[in-house]
Design a binder for this molecule. Structure first.
Ligand SMILES: Nc1ncnc2c1ncn2[C@@H]1O[C@H](COP(=O)(O)OP(=O)(O)OP(=O)(O)O)[C@@H](O)[C@H]1O
Length: 886
C-alpha cells in the first residue's frame, strides 16, 4: 500500500499523493538541491487500498457450511429483531486503556452515571481507547451484535465475559404509552416500564431490560409501517427508535420510496440525515440491507451509530479470518440487518456465495454514490462494480438507494444511469446550510494569518475547531506553531498510529481537545454536532471537497464559521500534483501488451501483475493500474475478470514427506516442482503460473497448500502483492483500445484540474472581485453560496471551459533551453515527455521518485507554467534530442 495513503482508506487514483518510492534510479548529474515532496492526504472519499482490497483475501471468507433454509419474507419475519437483540454485550477491560499524552486524563464519572447505557449497544465496537475509563469491568448478558474488528491492526483480542443469569429472573410488564420524546432523554421513562424482582441490577442489565420493553413497542411499529408505510406510522417508528419527532426534508419521501421497493437517488446536504434513510427501511424490510461504503473508517463510524435495535456488522479486510467468519455466521443466522461492505467485496466470490440464489438482500444503499462517476471529485474504479445489471445478476438485488451530498448534475446522471434509477425517483435538496458562514482571506503568510484569525473575536471563544491542511507535514507545523503561541492544538493525519488517531478523535468529540489540525483523514464520518469552526489552511481541490469539509461544522444547527486561507503557492502545488496520475498512450499500449501477453494468453488464463514492479516499469501508480484493469473488466467489452488481490510469489518448504514422494501422490506438488526454482532446499514459484499448469484457480491452489500445511507436510511464505485476473477476451485491435483508454484517463485528469481551477476561481472572486453588496469584510457567504449552487446545477461538467481562470503561465523564455540542458545532462536515462514535465513540475512518479529526482536542478522549476505547455515543449525537445543522437 502506498505509505502515504490513509491506513484505513483507499486512495483515489487521482489523488495528489506522492507515490511510494521505488528503487532509486541513477542520480541525475545536475547540481544537488534537496527538496522533499510533502505527503498529501487523499480527498475525502479515496480509492481502494489494501485495506479494502485485501492481499490475502483467499481465506478471508470461510467456507459456506449452511445457508438459511428459506429466505422468504416470512422466514425473515420470524427472526424478529427482539430475538436478534437478545445479544450478549462486551465487557471492556480498563487495562486496555492508556491516557493520551496531552489532554487531561478523563475524569472518573460519579458512581451514579458510571455507565451510560445509551452509549453501549449491540453495534459497539471496541476501539483501542474508549473515551471514558470505566470504573469496573462491565458485564453483559450476551454478546450478540458485537462486532470484533481489528481496527487498529494489532490483532489483539479482548475477552468478553458474559452473564446470562439476570435474564431468567426478569419479568417485563408493559405499560401504557409513556415514551421518550427526544433521543437520549428516555431512560427514566423506560425504567417505569420494568417491574423488578429483587435484583440488584447493573446499569447495563437495566439497559437490556428497558430496551426489551421498548422493543415490543418498536416491533409493533415496524409491523404497522411494513403493512402501511404511511407518514403517521413512519413518524411513530422514528420517534420510538431515534426519539425524533419529525422527519427532515427529503427523508420521508426517500424512506417511502425505498420501502416500496423503488430504487432512489437521494441528494441531501452534509449532516442532513442520509443515514436514517437506509436505517429505517432496514428495520422495515424483510431481508438484509447492504451498505456500500468507500472507507473502513466510515463504516466503523456508521456501525457505531446504528440504533441498538438495528443489529449491524461489517466486513473489512482489517478483520481476521475468525472475525469475518463470526460476522458471516451472524449474517447466516439472520442476526444482522445492516451489513457494511466495501465495493471491492463484490469481487469476492466467497462473499457473493453467502447470499446464494436466495433473495435475502432487500436493499443496497450506496453511500458516497458520487464515487461511481468519473466526473466526480472522488471517482473510484471499484464503484463501477455497482451497476444495477451486475447487482441483479450476482445478488438478485432489485432496490438501490444512492446517497450523496456532493454531486453535480453530470455526476447524478451517471449514477442514475448505472443504478437504473428513474428520474422520477430523484430526491434532491440542493440548499446549503444556512447556519454556516463562509469567509475567505487572501494570505501571504498563512501561519501568521491563521494565528491572527484564531485570536479574533469570531474564534477566540469557540470550543471546537478543525483546521484542514493538505499535507501531513503541514499538520505538524501548524499544530506546533499554534501550541508555541499558546493555542493548544493536536495534529491528525493518516501516518499517525491508529491508536493515537482514535484518541484524538475521541477527545475532540468529547470536547477535551479544542483544536485539531488535520488532513482530510480526519472527519470521514465525523458526526460531532457542535463543531464551531472549520478552517481551510489549504485550498480544497474542488467545491465538492469544500462542501464536504465545511459540512463538518454546525451540524447542530448553531451558527458556525468556515474560513479559507487563499494563497497561490498551494494552488500551484495542488495543480501540479493533479498531473501525477496521467499516463501516455505509449505506456498504456505497453501495459495492454503485457496484460494479454501479445495475444499468447488464451481465454480463461489466470494472470497477475505484481504491483510494485509493474508500477515502476510502466511508470503508473498502482491505483492507475487498477483503474485500467477495472475499465478492461467493466467497460463496454469485458476483456478480463478481476480476482481478489494476492501475494503471488510462493516459497515452499517440505517437512514430512520428501518432495519427490509427495509429488507422486499429489499432481499439484509435481506441477509445483516442474515450475519452481529451487533454492537451498525450498521451492519458489509463481501462483498463477502453477494454477494455469495444474488446471486450477489461484484460490483453489492456495486452499490446497493450506490443507497440506495443516497436515504438517509443508509450510510456505507468500510475497509480491499483485493484481490478479482471468483473461476473458483478447482484444482484436490494441491501438483503438489503447487510444480509448488514454482519452478516457486524460478526460478524467482534465476534469480534476478544472474542478481545482473552479474552486480557486470562486475563492479568488470572493477576495478580489466580490462587489460586497451582500458580503462584508472577509465574510462571503452569499457570493460563495451562489457560485456553489450554480456549479452544482450546471448541466455539462465535461465540457472543459476556457473561462476558468487557471493563473498558470502559458510560456517561459527559458523553458526549451532548460529542457535541452536537462536532457543532455541525463542522456543515460530514457524519458517520456510526461516524465520530463513531471520533473519540471516537481511531481514524483513510480519510475522517477522524488528521493532521486528532487535533487535535480530543474525539479519544480516550472510549476507555475501550465503542465500541458511544459509537456509540449518536452515533446519537441525530446524529438530534437533523439534526432541529434541519431
Ligand atoms: N429527522 C431527524 N431529526 C433530528 N435529527 C436527525 C434526523 N435525522 C437525522 N438526524 C441526525 O442528524 C445527524 C446527521 O445525520 P447523518 O450522519 O445521517 O448525516 P449525513 O447526511 O449522512 O451527513 P454526511 O453527509 O455529512 O455524512 C445525526 O446525528 C442524526 O442522528
Amino acid at each position: 500500500m502506498d505509505p502515504d495513503s490513509d491506513s484505513n482508506s483507499a486512495a483515489s487514483h487521482v489523488s495528489a499523493t506522492p507515490p511510494r518510492t521505488p528503487k532509486p534510479k541513477p542520480l541525475p548529474k545536475a547540481k544537488p538541491k534537496r527538496k522533499s515532496t510533502p505527503k498529501s492526504e487523499h480527498p475525502p472519499v479515496p480509492a481502494p487500498s489494501s485495506d479494502d482490497l485485501p492481499i490475502t483475501t483467499l481465506h478471508d471468507l470461510p467456507p459456506i457450511t449452511h445457508r438459511p433454509s428459506s429466505s422468504s419474507y416470512d422466514s425473515h419475519r420470524s427472526t424478529s429483531f427482539s430475538t436478534m437483540f437478545k445479544s450478549r454485550r462486551p465487557s471492556f477491560d480498563p487495562s486496555d486503556l492508556q491516557s493520551i499524552a496531552d489532554p487531561p486524563p478523563p475524569k472518573q464519572p460519579p458512581p451514579s452515571d458510571r455507565v451510560d447505557p445509551s452509549k453501549i449497544h449491540p453495534n459497539w465496537i471496541p476501539s483501542s481507547a474508549p473515551p471514558e475509563l470505566p470504573p469496573k469491568r462491565l458485564r453483559f448478558s450476551s454478546e450478540g451484535n458485537f462486532v470484533r474488528l481489528n481496527i487498529n491492526g494489532h490483532g489483539r483480542r479482548r475477552s468478553f465475559k458474559t452473564r446470562g443469569k439476570g435474564k431468567k429472573s426478569m419479568r417485563f410488564r408493559r405499560r401504557s404509552s409513556k415514551t421518550r420524546t427526544e433521543a437520549g432523554g428516555g431512560n427514566e421513562v423506560e425504567k417505569d416500564c420494568l417491574e423488578e424482582e429483587g435484583l440488584d441490577l447493573e446499569n447495563s442489565e437495566m439497559l437490556a431490560r428497558t430496551s426489551s420493553c421498548d422493543l415490543v413497542r418498536i416491533e409493533e411499529a415496524v409491523v404497522a409501517a411494513r403493512e402501511v408505510p404511511s407518514e403517521g406510522n413512519l413518524v411513530e417508528l422514528l420517534r420510538l427508535v431515534y426519539g425524533y419527532s419529525s422527519f427532515r426534508e427529503g427523508q420521508l419521501e426517500a424512506i417511502q420510496k425505498v420501502v416500496a421497493g423503488e430504487s432512489t437517488m437521494l441528494v441531501l446536504p452534509t449532516g442532513a440525515g442520509k443515514s436514517l434513510c437506509y436505517q429505517l427501511p432496514a428495520l422495515i424490510l424483510p431481508g438484509v440491507t447492504l451498505v456500500v461504503s468507500p472507507l473502513v473508517a466510515l463504516m466503523v463510524d456508521q456501525l457505531k451509530h446504528l440504533p441498538p435495535v438495528i443489529p449491524g456488522g461489517l466486513l473489512s479486510s482489517n478483520q481476521t479470518f475468525e472475525e469475518a467468519s463470526a460476522t458471516l455466521d451472524r449474517l447466516r443466522e439472520g442476526k444482522i440487518k445492516v451489513l457494511f461492505v466495501s465495493p471491492e467485496r463484490f469481487l469476492n466470490t466467497g462473499f457473493l456465495s453467502v447470499f446464494g440464489d436466495t433473495p435475502i438482500i432487500s436493499l443496497v444503499a450506496v453511500d458516497e454514490a458520487h464515487c461511481i462517476s468519473e466526473w466526480s471529485h472522488n471517482f473510484r474504479p471499484s464503484y463501477l462494480r455497482l451497476r444495477a445489471s451486475q447487482l441483479r445478476a450476482k445478488l438478485n438485488i432489485k432496490c438501490m438507494l444512492a446517497m450523496t451530498a456532493t454531486a453535480t448534475s453530470q455526476t447524478l446522471q451517471e449514477i442514475m444511469r448505472a443504478l437504473e434509477i428513474s428520474p422520477t425517483n430523484l430526491i434532491q435538496i440542493r440548499q446549503l446550510r444556512e447556519n454556516i458562514q463562509l469567509f475567505v482571506v487572501s494570505s501571504e503568510n498563512r501561519l501568521k494569518d491563521l494565528l491572527m484569525l484564531m485570536k479574533t473575536a469570531l474564534l477566540v471563544d469557540k470550543q471546537s475547531i478543525i483546521i484542514y491542511c493538505k499535507f501531513q507535514v503541514e499538520t505538524d507545523i501548524v499544530s506546533k506553531y499554534l501550541c508555541d503561541n499558546n493555542i493548544l492544538a493536536k495534529g491528525y493525519h493518516s501516518s499517525l498510529p491508529a491508536r493515537d488517531r482514535s484518541r484524538v478523535q475521541e477527545f475532540f468529540c468529547s470536547n477535551k481537545i479544542r483544536v485539531v489540525v488535520a488532513t482530510v483523514a480526519f472527519g470521514m464520518g465525523l458526526d460531532k454536532s457542535d463543531v464551531d469552526a472549520v478552517i481551510h489552511y489549504s485550498l480544497p481541490e474542488s467545491l465538492e471537497e469544500y462542501i464536504q469539509k465545511t459540512g463538518r461544522a454546525g451540524r447542530d444547527g448553531r451558527l458556525s464559521f468556515c474560513h479559507l486561507l487563499l494563497d497561490d503557492i498551494t494552488y500551484y502545488k495542488l495543480r501540479s500534483l493533479l498531473y501525477s496520475d496521467g499516463v501516455d498512450e505509449y505506456a498504456i499500449n505497453k501495459l495492454l501488451c503485457q496484460i494479454f501477453s501479445d495475444g499468447i494468453h488464451q481465454n480463461g488464463h489466470f494472470c497477475s501483475l505484481v504491483k510494485e514492479s509493474a508500477s515502476r516499469i510502466f511508470d503508473m501508480k498502482e491505483e492507475v493500474l487498477l483503474t485500467i484493469l477495472t475499465q478492461l473488466e467493466l467497460g463496454d467489452v469485458q476483456y478480463l475478470q478481476l480476482l481478489p488481490q494476492l501475494n503471488v510469489t510462493c516459497s515452499l518448504y517440505f517437512h514430512k514427506t520428501s518432495p519427490v514422494l509427495l509429488s507422486i501422490k499429489d499432481i499439484l506438488i509435481s506441477t509445483i516442482m516442474k515450475k519452481s526454482e529451487t533454492k537451498q532446499g525450498y521451492f519458489i514459484f509463481d501462483i498463477t503460473t502453477v494454477a494455469n499448469c495444474a488446471g486450477t484457480t489461484p484460490t483453489d491452489l492456495l486452499n490446497k497448500l493450506q490443507n497440506l500445511k495443516s497436515m504438517g507436510e509443508i509450510t510456505y511464505e507468500l510475497k509480491d502483492p499483485a493484481f490478479c485476473f482471468m483473461i476473458l477476451m483478447v482484444p482484436d485491435d490494441y491501438c483503438s483500445l489503447t487510444s480509448h483508454i488514454t482519452k478516457w484517463l486524460s478526460e478524467v485528469e482534465r476534469s480534476k484540474v478544472q474542478k481545482l481551477d473552479e474552486m480557486f476561481q470562486v475563492a479568488t472572486f470572493a477576495v478580489k472581485e466580490c462587489p460586497k453588496v451582500e458580503c462584508s469584510g472577509t465574510m462571503h457567504t452569499p457570493c460563495i453560496q451562489k457560485k456553489i449552487l450554480n456549479y452544482f446545477s450546471r448541466d455539462n461538467h465535461t465540457t472543459f471551459s476556457n473561462d476558468v481562470c487557471t493563473k498558470m503561465g502559458q510560456s517561459s523564455p527559458f523553458l526549451h533551453a532548460d529542457i535541452k540542458v536537462f536532457l543532455q545532462s541525463n542522456s543515460h536515462v530514457k524519458f517520456t515527455p510526461r516524465a520530463i514535465a513531471r520533473i519540471m513540475h516537481g511531481i514524483p512518479s513510480p519510475a522517477f521518485p522524488s528521493s532521486t529526482w528532487s535533487k535535480c536542478h530543474f525539479w519544480e522549476r516550472y510549476s507555475k507554467i501550465d503542465f500541458a505547455v511544459v509537456m509540449k515543449a518536452a515533446t519537441l525537445e525530446l524529438m530534437n534530442f533523439d534526432k541529434k543522437r541519431g
